[in-house]
Design a protein around this ligand. Structure first.
Ligand SMILES: [Zn+2]
Length: 364
C-alpha cells in the first residue's frame, strides 16, 4: 500500500512527492491524462500522503502513506469514485423536488478532502459547487494537515470558472486544488496560468501487460490485445469489457464484409437487431461505432504497410483480406459515413436502421 501501487509516470509521481517532502505543494495543480490514466488515483494518493497520521518514508526516501491509519482509511473510502458518485446522485434523486433543484453533488468521506464531480445531467461543474468550496476552504483544517479539493473532471460552466478564478487569486495557505482534465485546453488560460500543470502520459503496452499479468481469466494473447486497445490508460485496461468488445468486433466485421459483398444481408439484420433503441442499445451502438473506427484505422495501417501500429493485431489475417479489397478512398468514405451515423443517433433515428443504411452506403 503506497505510491508503489501507482504504475508508470514515475517522474510526475516523484515530482509531487518531492513537493510534499519540502512542504511546498502548490495551491492549484492541473493534472492531465486520458480517461483511465490514473489522475484521480494519484490525487487521492497525494491527499493521503499529506494527511497520513504515520507519514512513512518509502525505500527511496520520499514521502509515502500508510493506507491504514484513520485518515488514510477515510480518504480511501472515496477511491471507488464512480460508486460514491452514483450514491450521491441517488440520494439527490430521493429528495423532494424543491430540495433536489438546490442540491449539488459532492463526494466527501474525510472532512479535509472534498471531491467535486461534474453535476448531472449536464455533467458540468456548476457555480454553486464552486461557491460551496469558497464557503468552506478558508477554515483551517481540523482533522488533517491540509485541505484538498479535487475537481474530478474540470468541465466548468462559465460562471463556475469565473468563481474558481477568484479562489486561485487568493488561495489559503493550507489548501490544494486538483483540477483533473483530459486536456488542459478545456480550461481558461487565466486559470491555467495560476496553476502548475502535470501530465500523466500513456503507459506502454509492456507496462500495461505487466499490470495485467495476474489476470487469470484472460489468455496471454488477450492481455496483449487489451494492452493495445486501452490506449495506455491503466484504469481502462483493468476494467476492460473484453467479451463485450469481441462481440462488437464480430458485428463490426460482419457489417464491413456485408458491405463488401461477402456475407448475406440476413446475417447483418440479425446482428443489427441487437442494436435497437433503448438504454442498453445506446451503449452497445456506441461501442460498435468505436470498434468500427478502430478497424478502419487498422485497415489504414495495413494499407500503409504499418501493421505494427494495428490495435486489433490478432486479426491481421482477416483485416488483411479486407484491406486487399478496399481503397484508401473507401476507408475515408466509410469513416465519414460513420460520422453521419453518429449524427443520426443524436437525432434519435432508429439505430439499427441507421446501421443497415450505413452498411449499404459503403457497398462497393
Ligand atoms: Zn496513513
Amino acid at each position: 500500500m503506497g505510491f508503489d501501487q501507482f504504475r508508470g509516470n514515475a517522474t510526475t509521481v516523484n515530482r509531487l512527492r518531492e513537493m510534499i517532502a519540502r512542504d511546498h505543494l502548490p495551491h492549484a495543480i492541473i493534472l492531465t491524462g486520458a480517461r483511465g490514466a490514473g489522475k484521480f488515483t494519484l490525487a487521492q494518493m497525494v491527499a493521503k500522503a499529506v494527511n497520513c497520521l504515520e507519514r512513512p518514508l518509502a525505500a527511496d526516501g520520499l514521502p509515502d502513506f500508510c493506507g491504514v491509519c484513520r485518515n488514510c482509511e477515510r480518504i480511501s473510502q472515496a477511491d471507488e469514485l464512480d460508486q460514491r458518485f452514483a450514491e450521491a446522485v441517488e440520494a439527490r434523486e430521493n429528495l423532494r423536488e424543491t430540495d433536489k433543484r438546490e442540491t449539488r453533488i459532492f463526494v466527501q468521506t474525510h472532512p479535509e478532502v472534498l471531491i467535486i464531480p461534474p453535476d448531472p445531467p449536464q455533467m458540468l461543474v456548476k457555480v454553486d459547487q464552486v461557491r460551496h468550496v469558497i464557503g468552506e476552504m478558508y477554515y483551517k483544517p481540523g482533522e488533517g494537515r491540509q485541505k484538498f479539493y479535487i475537481f474530478s473532471e474540470s468541465n466548468f460552466m462559465k460562471e463556475a470558472a469565473n468563481a474558481l478564478l477568484k479562489v486561485l487569486e487568493e488561495p489559503p495557505e493550507f489548501a490544494t486544488l486538483f483540477l483533473l482534465a483530459e486536456n488542459s485546453n478545456s480550461l481558461l488560460p487565466t486559470i491555467r496560468s495560476r496553476c502548475i500543470t502535470l501530465r500523466l502520459a500513456p503507459l506502454t503496452a509492456e507496462e500495461i501487460g505487466q499490470d495485467l499479468a495476474m489476470r487469470t481469466e484472460w489468455t496471454a494473447a488477450q492481455k496483449k490485445l487489451v494492452a493495445r486497445l486501452c490506449g495506455g490508460a491503466i484504469g481502462r485496461a483493468r476494467s476492460f469489457d473484453l467479451a463485450g468488445y469481441l462481440t462488437a468486433r464480430k458485428d463490426a466485421l460482419l457489417l464491413l464484409t456485408t458491405a463488401l459483398g461477402d456475407g448475406g444481408h440476413s446475417a447483418l439484420f440479425r446482428a443489427t437487431e441487437a442494436y435497437r433503441a433503448g438504454g442498453e442499445g445506446k451503449g452497445k451502438t456506441d461501442l460498435l461505432i468505436s470498434v468500427l473506427y478502430s478497424i478502419l484505422e487498422d485497415l489504414m495501417f495495413l494499407k500503409a504497410g504499418s501493421e505494427e501500429l494495428m490495435r486489433n493485431h490478432d486479426m491481421q489475417a482477416e483485416l488483411g483480406n479486407v484491406a486487399g479489397q478496399v481503397s484508401f478512398d473507401w476507408i475515408v468514405r466509410a469513416s465519414d459515413g460513420l460520422g453521419e451515423v453518429q449524427n443520426g443517433m443524436r437525432r434519435n433515428l432508429l439505430r439499427s436502421l441507421s446501421l443497415d443504411g450505413y452498411s449499404s452506403s459503403i457497398e462497393i
